[in-house]
Design a protein around this ligand. Structure first.
Ligand code: UGA
Length: 548
């Protein structure tokens, strides 16, 4: 083959469209193929059917240059291509953890009988172990070109939101091949990134397909590990952010993928670990990967924990409360809501009787198709308006940049749950917010309960008029040092004074309201250990904190 190989890409989702547009930008002639005629027509018109930063300009440039086109015709694609990439979806099979290979099977079954001349068919879809071997055996018998049609496996590691960069400059190219010719063809396709120093790893196809699912399983494990540690932090008073930072500095561990919070979602990690575990069980290696069930369970618990934190923030119950939700996409930089932890939490809170107002910069259209019952607003401020609790569930940069002082004027209660650790906790607390985040020590001022219905908040603004923002009350009456065993901490919030007290024989923190009644308190741990939020009841005899 003296000319550059012509490429086809079957399946025009996030992976296929990014692959097609990026390869066209590298100078290849590329034909994208999809069974969905409307999608193919839209792409041919330069319209991206999903949100992916930087991809649409690349798509349009390829179309303008005449190097990129889209079709629904398999015969046209078979005639056109020297290398056929299969990028179709492999979702979770309904009612089981296994992968649904229907799309892959129908793509292969449609294409293979049309392959009359030598070509390379390259699997890029994420598939369970054993798939490459099965299709590799079938291809020569199905394609009229016989052994001239060869299968290779070349998994994709792109992340949504970074699809262009990850495709053009991947960390590595893995080529799972049965022949040197197949390896050479893939080298030619990836010549430009390889020339820029991207490693080219040649393996057998069985290893290549396993690299992909093993990578996703490892990433999921890392995320669930730090989220499991967040659970431990909550009972020990440690701070999961500091913990992740300290762990990540060990080069053997590394900080990437160690962000605690609401856990993983999307169209890949959750279904891939389930499919891998299911396949391993079928192959008799279920025990080896049984830990993936626990990884999944830890991940699911994050969502439940967030609902609990939302309830606490809203004053002990969700029924009848207004809750503002920032973010429903499964992660920032994407409009994907597949298995989105954020959207699930929003929907669960709504199901528990709250009125949920939502804002997301990209995912509202998709979310409203699945959950039309949520109240979709046009801005951060809109979602925050009159909220009894505000939840940051997807860490879009614009949410981190939100001004707590401005938002404080919009909400009914200054209570925020930062599920993704995206906010500056000190800045929000300094602006009078009750800030909560999973795996982090509670607000020094605690402020559990609101609107008079929470447990464990003796006297905290009891009788405060309904509908009047709680933060509006409570002058800073008690800011002078206290005698005896109480003294004032340096960062007392405006509406409460935070005292250090000796209770239960330990030096502890207490947030006291203007009558000197403690509303919440934290253990002050021995030197070198951080303070843990206490779950022990306030000792009645020490309950009153006397001023002056
Ligand atoms: C993931 C992998 O990262 C890609 O390498 C892989 O190619 C892709 O799946 C796939 O199989 O196609 P993606 O689903 O786009 O990519 O998203 P990630 O950036 O990995 O994030 C996955 C989820 O984990 C998100 O919900 C994110 O919020 C969460 N996450 C990620 C954390 O909670 N903590 C972290 O430290 C990292």
């Amino acid at each position: 083959m003296s000319r550059r190989p012509r490429l086809t890409v079957f399946g025009t989702g996030y992976l296929g469209t990014a692959h097609a547009a990026c390869l066209a930008s590298l100078g290849f002639e590329v034909l994208g193929v999809d069974v969905d005629a409307a999608r193919a027509r839209g792409l041919q018109a330069g319209i991206l059917p999903f949100y992916e930063p930087g991809l649409e300009p690349l798509l349009r440039a390829g179309l303008r240059a005449g190097r990129l086109a889209f079709t629904t015709s398999y015969p046209a694609a078979a005639e056109f291509g020297d290398v056929h990439f299969i990028c179709v979806g492999t979702p979770q099979r309904p009612g089981s953890g296994g992968a649904d290979l229907t799309q892959f099977e129908s793509c292969f079954a449609g294409l293979a009988p049309l392959l009359h001349r030598p070509c390379l068919v390259v699997g890029k879809s994420t598939v369970p172990p054993g798939t490459a071997a099965a299709y590799g055996q079938r291809l020569p018998g199905t394609a009229p070109a016989g052994t001239g049609a060869e299968l290779a496996w070349n998994p994709e590691f792109l992340r949504e939101g970074h699809a262009v960069a990850d495709t053009l400059r991947p960390d590595r190219v893995v080529a799972g091949v049965w022949s040197d010719h197949a390896a050479a063809t893939l080298r030619e396709v990836y010549a430009e990134p390889l020339a820029a120093g991207v490693p080219f790893l040649v393996t057998d196809p069985a290893t290549a397909e396993l690299v992909k699912v093993a990578a996703n399983a490892f990433l999921a494990t890392k995320i669930s590990f730090i989220n499991a540690m967040a659970e431990v932090c909550e009972v020990t008073g440690a701070d999961v952010l500091s913990l992740a930072d300290a762990l990540g500095r060990d080069p053997r561990i590394g900080g990437a993928g160690l962000r605690p919070g609401l856990g993983f979602g999307g169209g890949c990690l959750p279904k891939d670990i389930r499919a891998l575990a299911a396949r391993a069980a079928e192959l008799g290696a279920g025990e080896a990967l049984s830990f993936l069930h626990e990884i999944d369970a830890i991940n699911q618990r994050r969502r439940t924990r967030l609902v609990d934190l939302a309830r606490e923030a809203a004053g002990g119950r969700l029924d009848g409360r207004r809750v503002g939700v920032l973010g429903v996409a499964f992660k920032p930089g994407s409009d994907d809501i597949r298995d989105s932890p954020a959207l699930e939490v929003a929907a669960r809170i709504q199901a528990l009787g709250a009125r949920v107002a939502v804002f997301d910069p990209a995912a509202m259209d998709r979310a409203s198709q699945v959950h039309p019952d949520l109240d979709y607003r046009g801005s951060v401020l809109g979602a925050a308006r009159d909220a009894d609790a505000l939840l940051l569930l997807t860490e879009w940069p614009e949410f981190s940049a939100a001004d707590p002082v401005v938002l404080a004027k919009a909400v009914a209660r200054r209570a925020i749950v930062d599920a993704r650790h995206a906010l500056d906790a000190a800045a929000w607390r300094d602006s009078g917010w009750d800030y909560r985040a999973p795996g982090r020590p509670g607000d020094p001022a605690g402020l559990p309960g609101a609107l008079g219905d929470s447990a464990g908040a003796p006297g905290a603004l009891a009788g405060h008029p309904a509908g009047v923002p709680r933060h509006a009350a409570g002058p800073r009456e008690a800011e002078e040092p206290l005698p005896g065993r109480c003294d004032l901490t340096r960062r007392a919030p405006k509406r409460f004074a935070v005292k250090r007290l000796d209770i239960y024989g330990s030096s502890s923190m207490a947030a006291c309201d203007r009558r000197g009644l403690p509303s919440a308190w934290n253990w002050r741990a021995p030197p070198g250990r951080s303070a843990a939020p206490s779950t022990r009841p306030w000792p009645r005899r020490a309950a009153r904190c006397r001023y002056g």
